[in-house]
Ligand binder design. Sequence first.
Ligand code: R5P
Length: 298
Amino acid sequence: MNSLVFSLYADPVFTEKMIKNLQCKKGEIILHQFPDEENSITIKSDVKNKNIILLAHIEKPNFKIVTLIFFAELAKELGATSITLITPYLAYMRQDNRFNPGEGISSIYFARLLSKYFDSIITIDPHLHRYHKLDELFTIPGIVLHATKPIAQWIKAHVVHPLIIGPDNESKQWAQEIAQYSDAPFVILSKTRQDDHSVSVTLPELDQYKDFTPVLVDDIISTGKTMMEAVKELQLLSMKRAVCIAVHGVFAGDAYQELLATHVSKVVTCNTIKHISNEIDIYDLIIEHLLKVFSLEK
Ligand code: R5P
């Protein structure tokens, strides 16, 4: 096997799981931070003629991205054949439009930047809304894996009589699929965003679902305001306590604690970003995909 797995800012447990299942060798990196907070990176392993798999958790990306770029530059200088970037959460995808005159479209710039340094990218449910496919943004091959099946399995195992609820139109792609896989009905709410920290949500008629457990599903919980507003509206209709599920638990500031303090019974996320709420594993999806790729290469 000519692949080496490196890990940057990823949890060692996730990295070990990948290495064990892929039966690859682990690449060794030394990161050093100077007193002025600048970075230096050393690759200890021999990467010459190797295909590199870099697992990187890049939530809060601004500092981390510099290290990723230094890693890619160095690995190529040292003779690596290719670098596949695995970022379970793909940051910067939500700014997908020029909402105000003169505003930058960060998703495009971020995708172009990664495309310059990596040969391919694998990610889990990126926020593709106005853009529908990674290749509308990236110039390198991109693979999108979906957490909808593992989420549906979790719901089937833990929730009695679920009603799947997408809190906004953008969440329909996940809500619909999760509902299908968990044999549950679904509804989509309507959301208006006022600013980063405030949204309003309106509910459709839910009388027929009074005995169901509301299960809110979204791709990202950031400030948690989307979930909180939806939960508030459900409570006003005397619905049961909601279960909130997100693929990516970004949880800006105290969002997790604030959400837990509302009319919810549980807040659950996938392990694309390490957090106490991680109950749904997506690493099997990544491993399964890579094993398929490896068997095709043989
Ligand atoms: C936006 O369109 C996403 O799908 C989520 O609804 C959004 O990121 C949630 O953000 P927040 O938790 O800050 O309301």
